[in-house]
Design a protein around this ligand. Sequence first.
Ligand SMILES: NC(=O)c1ccc[n+]([C@@H]2O[C@H](COP(=O)([O-])OP(=O)(O)OC[C@H]3O[C@@H](n4cnc5c(N)ncnc54)[C@H](OP(=O)(O)O)[C@@H]3O)[C@@H](O)[C@H]2O)c1
Length: 267
Amino acid sequence: MQQVVFITGASRGIGKSIAEMFSEQGHIVYGCGRTPFVNSLFHTLVMDITSPDQVNQSLADIIKRHGRIDVIINNAGYDLYGSFEGTSEEEMRAQMETNFFGTLNVIRATIPYMKKQGSGRIVTIGSIGGIMAIPFNSVYSASKFALEGFLESLRFELAPYRIHILLVEPQSVRTNSLELSIQKTKNERLEYNASVLKMVRKMKSDGESKGIDQDLLATKVVSLSQVKRPKFRYPVGRLVSSIRFVKLLLPERFFFRFIQQNFLKGE
Ligand SMILES: NC(=O)c1ccc[n+]([C@@H]2O[C@H](COP(=O)([O-])OP(=O)(O)OC[C@H]3O[C@@H](n4cnc5c(N)ncnc54)[C@H](OP(=O)(O)O)[C@@H]3O)[C@@H](O)[C@H]2O)c1
């Protein structure tokens, strides 16, 4: 069945792949970004998820045209690296505004339409960073851990309306936009600078060399929109699939040392 799909952050990276794949399967697709962009495969919208007015207007326009919204993909977000002390108030709030509150803006705008329809899927792209935290990535982790808790609770409220909440948890993804999606805080403190630079370099090179393919992730996300009885959590990638169990099994101090050894080795 042809579905009406809305994807946030569809101008590049993972969101672009998802939007194009939905479109190639014959669905009606809308994708947004803050900067104007064109894509011959789907409708593009300029919308900032941190603005409730813009979000409400975009959803209302889609409903006006098609009378329904079947799938929402909350994808827009970025990964901020830096020490907590070196993260400015502005950077900290901007990270939460986009990754957490922006996602909530989109969900809040969508619920009334899906409730009225008595159906819908809200798919959110979480992260391995929402399951296990790594060094110098605390505010990003906070945003993705927060989404885990928020969505885990929300699914109880929306289940009676047959609105399914799905949380996709990818490990590093090989995209061609890592320069933009992995951001470093602007004024790092001297004592942390070398470690933060090392982390950023490591995450970018891990993404490029060991990351899962963005089209593979997109295929998974698109297939979830067709699963009859979807689950809640979908880890994507071998590492992220095993990490919950490893965290449960390993004593905390071993896990701490394991992360320290693997990410800050040589400090
Ligand atoms: N890449 C990875 O390794 C990885 C791993 C796990 C999870 N993830 C998650 O996957 C998602 C996408 O990551 P990506 O690597 O594909 O990022 P990306 O390449 O930087 O793409 C982000 C997209 O979101 C849009 N965007 C950013 N802020 C926005 C806002 N406030 N309102 C509307 N659109 C906004 C960007 O367009 P504009 O800049 O024009 O707005 C762009 O289209 C993120 O939630 C990220 O946390 C990524």
